[in-house]
Design a protein around this ligand. Sequence first.
Ligand SMILES: Nc1ncnc2c1ncn2[C@@H]1O[C@H](COP(=O)(O)OP(=O)(O)OP(=O)(O)O)[C@@H](O)[C@H]1O
Length: 859
Amino acid sequence: MSKRAAEDSSYPSKRSRKGKEDDDYVDVDNFEAVEIESPPDTPAASRGAKINFSALTRKLAEARQARESEDGREGSSLSAHRRQQDALVSHIFQEQDFSWLHLKPDHASRPLWISPEDGHIILEAFSPIAEQAQDFLVAIAEPVSRPAFIHEYKLTSYSLYAAVSVGLQTEDIIEVLNRLSKVPVPDSIVDFIRERTLSYGKVKLVLKHNKYFVESSHPETLQILLKDKIIREARVHSQQTDNSIRAATFTTSKAPVKGNLVIPGTKEAEKKKDDAANAKNGSKTDAELFTSVVGVDNDEVEEDDDNVHAFEIDDAKIDDVKKRCNELEYPMLEEYDFRNDTINPNLDIDLKPSTVIRPYQETSLSKMFGNGRARSGIIVLPCGAGKTLVGITAACTIKKSCLVLCTSSVSVMQWRQQFMQWSNVTDKQIAVFTADQKEKFAGESGIVVSTYSMVANTHNRSHESKKMMEFLTSREWGFILLDEVHVVPAAMFRRVVTTIKAHAKLGLTATLVREDDKIADLNYMIGPKLYEANWMDLAAKGHIANVQCAEVWCPMTPEFYREYLREQSRKRMLLYCMNPKKFQACQFLIKYHEDRGDKIIVFSDNVYALEAYAKKLGKLYIHGGTGQTERMRILQWFQHSPEVNTIFLSKVGDTSIDLPEATCLIQISSHFGSRRQEAQRLGRILRAKRRNDEGFNAFFYSLVSKDTQEMFYSTKRQQFLIDQGYAFKVITHLDGLEDLPGLVYKSRDEQIELLSSVLLANESEADLGTDVRAGEGDLAGTITSKDFGMPTKMPSVQRTTGSLTALSGAQHMSYVEQNKSANKKLAREAPSRHKLFAKRDKDMAAARKEARAAAGGKG
Ligand SMILES: Nc1ncnc2c1ncn2[C@@H]1O[C@H](COP(=O)(O)OP(=O)(O)OP(=O)(O)O)[C@@H](O)[C@H]1O
């Protein structure tokens, strides 16, 4: 890690040590970046990454000394006592007793522990050197969970692949782990790291003159690969090569030369501009100031004159070859030496002078461009942290034709708009390809923004689409940007990466989790994860908002619960969504937060519930059936009118809606246990405009009906956010709810009336209702602004801000233990059925009897 990265990342360590005494605070700002000495035979390409190695060592030594002198003062009897204690507790852990690993004498000053069995690493996040250790661990291991004090990581083949691809060396990884670990790194782990990294980074996939080559500076590695049937069959032989010698012959050429690289929008780029201006004025430009970005310094910029050997492979088999290489433990790195690409025309784009990228955006990009070339891989940044700008900056660094693929046509338009906002790209250079618009850029090079489905779908293409596809597939792309990589179905992804020929690929996502467990596929289809930011760190630095998360438990009314226990699963969902107590909780929270001056988004996946809530509470709503004009009008009001402080959104608003005014989210219904959806929804308030106001908190409430399936799903949904360090408070009682003026569904009769309408509702309403995809559908069923007599002229905004105590949002909420057996008792009780249901029960019993008889007859 470079000096700049160390400076940029200094704050979280101060934050994580909040509450500690000042005297044991370590000033990481003074850390110097010292590169690990690379062994003489280290390939130049892999000398890019740096670790604060000597600084770490120095801090460890200091901490050790302090510890030793403290122990000395306490006397040797203490050590004897400690040993005795260890012996006493070890039996409790049985098979999990790792006391045989023997703690190092100065273990207290070392921040991590590695399990010899499964490669899990536990980090003390409160350690004075936790910040540096985190940087290192993120580079070599997968973060599993990062709450406030103890972090968990896991060493996997993929994480080690990623480590090697950003330039770390096998022995450096082992060495640094050993220095940070409380116990000597177990042999099993050392073997694992050696074994997995031995072959990594040796093979590259290169696109040259529209043909794919497997390239390596080790011809013997290519020979090993060619022993594999799948790879051998994918090889393309040149016509001239003699059959007898071609198996052993590869194309040999000079390896590309490294050079200086500056990412636009960084401080480095600013410096370069100043120097260029100075040079013009006669002052000499200092070549050293043309330093590249984090992790690449001048001393690394040297010529690599190794020869590389390559053989060509068939375009159609590229995916199989990549997969096979992964299985053979020779994963292929994809690197693009774009500055030496003279075949593909340059694209004259740059970031606007006013665009400055943030430190974490710069760090993530430095992992991509760390060795002067563009590495393919995935960058993981929290929702609302500015992935779009990261992608745009990468495109402005490569400066070749670029294809951007996103998940919806709304995102297409947003990407285009963001390109125009942040870079100097002209209208003619950027084109969109959607169902409605099929544009081509003017000139030899340009940018096309499209959706995955437009490129991957092969059925029913119109003539125009076919022509557009020819345009996309017949050329070589310098760069392909893949947005929201975690949501695209694997098969669709495969089609895209095989049909489009691109030199460098960058996948962007906030949640590298997939409910279908296909995440590993992304590794060979795009490349390794290059960088993953820590949500809590970005929140602490004010780049994303601080969020208070709460799960509000709403008891079911006896009538609703009785029906819930009787009904089949689909209707059950509707019953727990429409629980009158949930309506009341929602009304109470809306009122509470509106009074505080918050802008609130209420999410419901279920459109039936969405409409019912919004109409009952007198709020505007948007779902798939809401027309584009109406949507825009409602969103505008929400942003600018003090009359519209709450809107209801279906899942069409999960992504792609950028509403920095929103400061509070209430979720009333969600689609099963999707961790990704939960995180994306939270993302809507992470970009809150007011995030830097003193003491500002955004709020995320999830309303769940007590003792229903919803509680199980809710717990599952929260898991990703909990792993990012968010804590969900449980609120079982909203203080003052009963006294709320105009409280809805207060009387039993009103509740029963609501229940009857739910029971009469169509079965299919229980699913996601009639929600359709964004941009489609008609205006049916949408409350229009006219229904609310919205003013045509908006009065000026008048917001009230709560006190700091109020901002905590807790003074009206208290935790009350409920009698857990109450619901069971309720279910057992002979129901005193309301007369409204008596007839329905009778009908249903008769229908069941009929069905049974029919089934028996058939049998
Ligand atoms: N360097 C920057 N300077 C100023 N504003 C920025 C910067 N980077 C991002 N932003 C702003 O942050 C907001 C969020 O950015 P963006 O929409 O790209 O986030 P995202 O990571 O794609 O979020 P999501 O995953 O939720 O779509 C935008 O309003 C964007 O303009």
